[in-house]
Design a protein. Structure first.
Length: 288
C-alpha cells in the first residue's frame, strides 16, 4: 500500500510578469475567476483530494495570500448580524482547518524547483502534492482527486498530463512515453521545454504533481536547467532509476491563467457552468 498524500505545496512566489500591471501589487494567485481567487480553487482541489496540510511558498509582497486564509472576525460578525449566510459560508467553508496551513518564503525567484525545495522542511520524508494555482482545473472529480486514485495503484511520481500542439512543446516539461493506455501513461523520462524537433512526445506536464521526497536530494544541489532556473522536472528526472513515473490525462479542462487569454477563457467557462450566471453569460457572449 502506498503512503497517503496528506501534504500539498503551493508555490506562489513567482513575479507574474505576464500579468502586469494587474500583478504590480496584487499577487497573481489572488486574481479572481468569477468571484473566487485562483489560490482558493487550488486549496479546495487539494482538500477534496484528502490533503490535510497546505504549505504555501510565498514571496515578499504576497501578504494578501496569507490574509485571505486568516479569519476575518469583524467581517464574519457583520455578515452574521445581517443574516448573510451564503456570504458568510463563502469566507468560512472549504478553508484549511486552523493550524493546517503554513507559509514559507522563497526570497529570490530561482525557479519552480527552488520554490518546492523551500518547502522541504515542512514536507519532511513523505510523498506530497504540488499544485500550481495558475493552472486552473475544471474537473469532476477534481484533478488531484483523479491523480490520487491513480497514485494508489502506481505509487511513485505521478503528474497531470495534457496533449499540446507541437509548436508549444517548448513551453512545458514533455513526457518520454514508454506505455500509454489512453489515460495513464508510464513514462521513462521527461525533457524540460524541448524544441518541437527534440520533443519525445506532445504530452505535456501541467501544474499538478504527486512526488516522492527523493526529489529533494537533487534539489539540494541547486543545479540550474532550462532558462537558468532550478527546474522541478530535472529533479524528477534524476530520481527515475528508483521511482516509477506516470502521467495521467485528466478528465476535465485546464485553463492557463498565467496568460491573459487563458484567464479570460476561465472566467467565461466557470461563469457559464454556474446556475446563477450561465444563462446570462451565453446571452452576453452572443452580442460579440
Ligand atoms: P510561472 O512560470 O507562471 O512564473 O510560474 P510567474 O513568475 O508566476 O509568472 P510570469 O511568467 O512572470 O508571468 C509557475 C508557478 O511557479 C511559481 C509561480 O508562483 C507559479 O505558481 N514559481 C515560479 C515560484 O513560486 N517561484 C519561482 O521562482 C518560479
Amino acid at each position: 500500500m502506498v503512503k497517503a498524500v496528506t501534504k500539498a505545496v503551493l508555490p506562489v512566489a513567482g513575479l507574474g510578469t505576464r500579468f502586469l500591471p494587474a500583478t504590480k501589487v496584487l499577487p497573481k494567485e489572488m486574481l479572481p475567476v468569477v468571484d473566487k481567487p485562483l489560490i482558493q480553487y487550488a486549496v479546495e482541489e487539494a482538500l477534496e483530494a484528502g490533503v490535510e496540510d497546505i504549505i504555501m511558498v510565498t514571496a515578499p509582497g504576497k501578504g494578501a495570500l496569507e490574509d485571505h486564509f486568516g479569519r476575518a472576525v469583524e467581517l464574519e460578525s457583520f455578515l452574521e448580524a445581517r443574516g448573510k449566510t451564503e456570504a458568510l459560508a463563502s469566507i468560512r467553508d472549504n478553508f484549511p482547518k486552523p493550524a493546517h496551513i503554513s507559509f514559507t518564503r522563497q526570497d529570490d525567484p530561482q525557479g519552480l524547483g527552488h520554490a518546492v525545495w523551500c518547502a522541504r522542511k515542512l514536507v519532511g520524508d513523505e510523498p506530497f502534492a504540488v499544485l500550481l494555482p495558475d493552472d486552473l482545473m475544471q474537473a469532476t472529480p477534481g484533478c488531484l482527486t483523479q491523480m490520487v486514485a491513480a497514485y494508489e495503484k502506481t505509487g511513485g511520481h505521478i503528474v497531470a498530463a495534457e496533449e499540446v500542439p507541437e509548436a508549444h512543446t517548448s513551453r512545458y516539461g514533455i513526457l518520454d512515453v514508454a506505455e500509454d493506455d489512453g489515460s495513464l501513461v508510464r513514462a521513462r523520462g521527461l525533457v524540460e521545454k524541448p524544441a518541437p524537433k527534440d520533443a519525445p512526445s506532445r504530452l505535456a506536464i501541467i501544474g499538478r504533481y504527486i512526488l516522492q521526497p527523493s526529489v529533494f536530494e537533487h534539489l539540494d544541489k541547486k543545479m540550474t536547467g532550462a532558462g537558468g532556473e532550478i527546474q522541478l522536472t530535472d529533479a524528477i528526472a534524476a530520481t527515475l532509476d528508483d521511482v516509477p513515473f506516470h502521467g495521467l490525462r485528466i478528465n476535465g479542462r485546464r485553463f492557463d491563467c498565467g496568460t491573459k487569454l487563458g484567464f479570460v477563457e476561465a472566467n467565461v467557462a466557470f461563469a457559464a457552468a454556474r446556475d446563477d450566471l450561465g444563462g446570462d453569460i451565453h446571452e452576453i457572449l452572443a452580442a460579440y
